[in-house]
Design a protein around this ligand. Sequence first.
Ligand code: G3H
Ligand code: ZN
Length: 281
Amino acid sequence: PLITTGELIGRARAEGRGLAAFNVITLEHAEAVALGAERAGRAAVLQISENAVRFHGGDLTPIAQAAAAVARASAAPLSLHLDHVTDVDLLRAAHPEGFSSVMFDASNLPYAENVKATADAVRWGHERDIWVEAELGRVGGKEGEAPLDAHAPGVRTDPDEAAAYVADTGVDSLAVAVGSSHAMTSRTASLDHELIRALRARVPVPLVLHGSSGVPDAEIRAALAAGVVKVNVGTALNTGFTGAVRHFLTEDTATVDPRKYLTPAREAMAEVVTHFLQLTG
Ligand code: G3H
Ligand code: ZN
């Protein structure tokens, strides 16, 4: 069924587990998340990024309604989340499409502007019962961005600033920069667990780890133990998906029916989903 992200986070916290969230680009991604969640017997978040909406021509309706329909038909509890939103018009379009949460991403703005823009997004969200996540510090590797030096000042999330940020914006959860980076295809990131614990001690809302595809299993387990709740996974699905397509089409140069290679590709993504759900459970 389609349930709300707030409810999934509440359940995860009450049970002392993590909550994995997976980025959906195509219908097959949503189907793979549902399949992987059913096999693992776990809940998950289906998240659609602003970049994915742009890929679909800028209108979020078709992919959002498809993902919501997959969630409603699934035996697993699934929620729909709009991810990395920088465009306020897109934020405002989220509500009627089944989204119960959004990540509003003003992390590239200077602190005071980030606070102001995010507080506005939170006000908008809370009038509609939408859970609002935001980012403080800078998790690098976002599409179209120059690489970041993860140790430069202002890149990692500062615990005192994070406490003030949550109080000043009213956000429901906080994405933190603790050593992970987006779009990694190898799992070689190492996290600052001391920093996660310091953030956990100062920040009353659930912490979110972005760029989890590049983080080894043991580091994700340690991050959960240190206080992370939501674990965002995107690239690992695409590594599975594209690897399966590439393998199929290298072996078979005659097939033209996309169902022939999308079937193993969707299955490869479902295996990745099950893996991360077992890891965060
Ligand atoms: O918001 C989405 C996640 O941070 C995904 O990052 O593609 O590096 O796993 P990833
Ligand atoms: Zn992210």
